[in-house]
Design a binder for this molecule. Structure first.
Ligand SMILES: Cc1cc2nc3c(=O)[nH]c(=O)nc-3n(C[C@H](O)[C@H](O)[C@H](O)COP(=O)(O)OP(=O)(O)OC[C@H]3O[C@@H](n4cnc5c(N)ncnc54)[C@H](O)[C@@H]3O)c2cc1C
Length: 424
């Protein structure tokens, strides 16, 4: 086994450089702290970039200056089209923003182990380019999307539907580009042709964007476990087969001059582990008739319940408007662990609540909050992230442009089918 000493002595270590992890790293580093951002891929942004997602779901205002800067940078490239964007530019924007803040980024690096003593994470182990490395004496943030670090540290986790265990389906996104002349659709032997929209495996999208690309979030792999190595690999294979079939269908129907251009670097995981925190944000919390606030609210989520059917192929699902609601700091603190925070889609919530707050803009604001909180824990010299002053944290976030009063946000509910049985 080869082990190396990294050239950093980070006060804050963030596992996962997706939307939440990148925002957390920037928020912490710009307060003057030494921050290490450990990311498996070769770019920041996670599902919203390397995962090939091109779309934001949420009220896009009042989410803080990191989010605002991302939008500004994308606009400078001409790469934001309302709630759609080009993720290649988002990769550049996230990286330059992190570098400007002084974040140490370690790409091609996975967190693979953690040691804990007396409810304190004492060491986190990573591997990059076949070299192991250890990070000690830090405050940690799990922004891996699937709660990898918390799980490795022995935290309690939840996953999937309370009865069936099924998670929201996975999708491998892809892009078509216009060749300017008719293409010859081809379907390899053994793959079943799709003959009508009703046969499509997943969403009926295929969105022609103003930059000429067609964004396809149309594959649907159900009943697979994104935290199980074999099941995850099988999901990738199934999704790739679906892409061949869907492209063949689209070329024969809506896009006869378009060719397959690119696909996500890995299948998109909507829901993996949900880490148990000091509170579990629930369906009941988010479905009241009035905006829901908490004294320790650090982010406001606005997206509809976006619960794709767990068992049926095609477009169906449960989509219900929710009033804007606060995400409490206690959903970011991990039950039984003192120096670990969690941010992004893997925070503490039930499956229905997660289907709403998992959206990219909300994950950015959560990361912003977690990074600021971790920095404040370092500044205060407290061993437990619960010991920071919540009013001061909230004040810092407000000064950074986060609007923490749910009443001041707009609900985001573009498509509705408010029947919970449709999510079954
Ligand atoms: C197909 C699909 C379509 C979607 N459509 C929309 C949409 O239209 N609008 C919207 O707002 N949201 C959408 N979402 C949801 C949204 O994109 C994600 O939930 C959100 O981006 C998650 O952000 P995150 O930072 O929590 O996690 P992620 O983006 O998953 O980031 C986690 C990062 O951690 C890294 N990582 C994982 N494990 C490790 C490890 N052990 N060590 C080191 N690094 C690790 C990963 O490589 C990744 O970069 C969609 C999701 C999917 C899957």
């Amino acid at each position: 086994m080869h082990t190396i000493e990294l050239p950093y002595k980070p006060e804050i270590v963030i596992a996962g450089g997706g939307t939440a992890g990148s925002a957390a790293a920037i928020a912490a580093a710009r307060r003057g702290h030494s921050v290490l951002l450990v990311e498996e891929a070769n770019a920041l942004g996670g599902v919203s970039t390397t995962g090939g997602v091109n779309e934001w779901f949420a009220n896009l205002e009042g989410l803080g200056d990191i989010w605002e800067r991302l939008k500004t940078e994308l606009n400078r490239y001409g790469a934001q089209f309302g709630r759609f964007y080009n993720p290649e530019y988002a990769k550049i924007a996230w990286q330059l923003m992190a570098e400007e803040a002084g974040v140490n980024i370690l790409f091609h690096a996975s967190i693979v182990d953690a040691e804990v003593a007396d409810e304190v994470v004492t060491s986190v182990r990573g591997v990059a380019a076949s070299h192991f490395f250890d990070c000690e004496n830090a405050v940690y943030i799990d922004a891996t999307g699937e709660g990898d670090l918390a799980w490795l540290a022995g935290a309690e986790v939840m996953q999937g539907h309370p009865e069936s265990g099924r998670t929201l389906h996975m999708s491998l996104t892809f892009i078509l580009q216009d060749t300017g002349s008719p293409v010859t659709p081809y379907l390899p032997a053994g793959l079943e042709p799709i003959e009508s929209q009703d046969d499509l495996p997943g969403l009926h999208g295929g969105k022609l964007l103003p930059d000429g690309r067609v964004y396809c979030n149309m594959t649907k792999v159900m009943g697979h476990d994104p935290t199980d190595p074999v099941s995850l690999s099988d999901a990738e294979r199934l999704a790739r087969r679906q892409i061949a079939r869907i492209v063949h269908y689209l070329q024969r129907t809506r896009f006869p001059t378009f060719a397959l251009c690119t696909s996500g670097a890995r299948i998109g995981i909507r829901e993996g582990r949900r880490v148990v925190g000091d509170i579990i944000l629930s369906e009941a919390d988010i479905t009241g008739n009035l905006p829901r606030d908490f004294d320790d609210g650090v982010t406001v989520a606005t997206c509809q319940i976006d619960f794709h059917s767990l068992t049926r192929p095609g477009h169906g699902g449960w989509r219900q408007r929710v009033e804007p609601y606060a995400i409490p700091y206690r959903a970011l603190t991990v039950r039984g662990l003192k120096n670990l925070l969690v941010a992004g889609k893997c925070i503490s919530g039930d499956q229905v609540a997660q289907s709403s707050y998992r959206m990219t803009p909300t994950c950015c604001a959560m990361g912003h909050a977690a990074g600021t909180a971790a920095a404040m824990a370092v500044e205060a010299g407290v061993p437990d992230v619960r010991q920071i002053d919540i009013a001061t944290l909230r004040q810092a976030l407000v000064e950074d442009g986060l609007v923490l009063d749910p009443v001041k946000h707009q609900a985001f509910a573009p498509e509705l089918s408010p029947d919970p049985t449709k999510g079954a």
